[in-house]
Ligand binder design. Structure first.
Ligand code: TXA
Ligand code: MG
Length: 311
């Protein structure tokens, strides 16, 4: 059910959960300070209780309300990337952030989203928690239709159009003065390096003890089975690939984007993964022969998780 911004604000302040647009993916939102509403998010999504939620803020005052300490090295990143798809893991002001939001961890994950409707709502409600608006394990939602597919036609959603990035925020954490990537996302390691002066280490691959508990779990998976092909051998009937490549004898090709444009591939990815199920496709061969740099790193990681291969 599509609802207005003012209705969303009313429902959130009353302790209800609503789906909201962000520039990355749609979020399933509740007021951070209302633990009952937050617990509804876990049950609606069927999300394990040890997987904490990202807190969204619309101004630095809201950040200071919930973060105990903001390292000096955070300033340049905030100035450059906020509002936008960059999430920081920071020490929590424990008295301000309910345990259920942090899954009892001493830290919060926080970002300032860049979608006008989300910002307007945050200005009225204060900090909101919002995990991606999908059932746990499914591809994230990048449109109101995806939200309705997972939570039903009557579920309240603010229609903010198709998410422009189409993939979740990049999550950073700091050790000493050095930032590392806990989850690859919409901002590439190279873009971060241009601000930091060094390339952050990618630690999302370390699946034995991930910084983000969510990295343990199955993610982004359609019903269809995905097979990664590093070269186009044989003639698989259904292929996910790139516009400038030839896939001789394929009966059907799902195009991610041009090889020049990994941002466009990410923009399409979750929609395509959901489309495979709509079209009742059981198996698809993915053209995995693309560069391992920039946003292609995020694409490779999401595809591997969708194929349930881990990292
Ligand atoms: O772009 C995004 O980040 C989207 C939009 C809606 O903002 N949100 C999103 O939330 O992707 P979610 O719940 O699907 O993923 C959040 C990730 C999980 O892997 C979780 O474990 C991690 O962030 N996380 C949240 N709070 C954390 C904390 N306090 N410490 C470590 N990891 C945390
Ligand atoms: Mg998610």
């Amino acid at each position: 059910m599509r609802i207005s911004v003012s209705k969303a604000i009313d429902l959130l302040l009353q302790g209800q959960v609503v789906a909201l647009p962000t520039e990355t993916v749609y979020g399933l939102a509740a007021c951070m300070a209302q633990p009952k509403a937050v617990s509804c998010i876990y049950s609606l999504k069927n999300r394990p209780s040890d997987n904490p939620l990202i807190i969204h803020v619309s101004c630095l005052d809201q950040l200071h309300e919930i973060a105990e300490k903001i390292p000096d090295s955070c300033q340049a990143l905030i100035e450059h990337f906020w509002p936008g798809p960059l999430t920081f893991i920071l020490p929590a002001k424990k008295e301000s952030v309910p345990e259920i939001v942090r899954a009892n961890l001493p830290n919060i994950a926080v970002r300032m989203p860049n979608h006008p409707l989300m910002v307007e709502i945050l200005n009225h409600t204060g900090p909101l928690v919002a995990p991606s608006a999908n059932l746990s394990g499914k591809p994230s939602s990048t449109s109101p239709e995806h939200v309705e597919e997972d939570f039903g036609k009557d579920f309240p959603v603010v229609d903010g159009g198709v998410s422009s990035k189409g993939v979740e925020s990049t999550i950073l954490f700091v050790e000493g003065e050095r930032w590392s990537i806990a989850r690859l996302g919409a901002i590439s390691p190279e873009e971060l390096a241009a601000v930091l002066g060094y390339k952050p280490t990618i630690k999302s691959k370390d699946s034995s003890s991930p910084i983000c508990p969510g990295q343990h779990y199955k993610h982004y998976s359609p019903q269809a089975k995905l097979f990664m092909l590093s070269s186009y051998e044989g003639h698989p009937p259904i292929v996910m690939g790139f516009k400038e490549r030839q896939y001789p004898n394929a009966q059907k090709v799902f195009y991610l984007s041009s090889l020049e444009n990994p941002q466009e591939a990410l923009h399409h990815l979750y929609h395509l993964l959901r489309d495979l199920d709509h079209q009742n496709i059981k198996e698809i061969w993915v053209d995995f022969d693309f560069p391992r740099e920039g946003l292609f790193l995020t694409l490779a990681e999401r595809l591997q998780r969708a194929a349930n291969l881990g990292m």
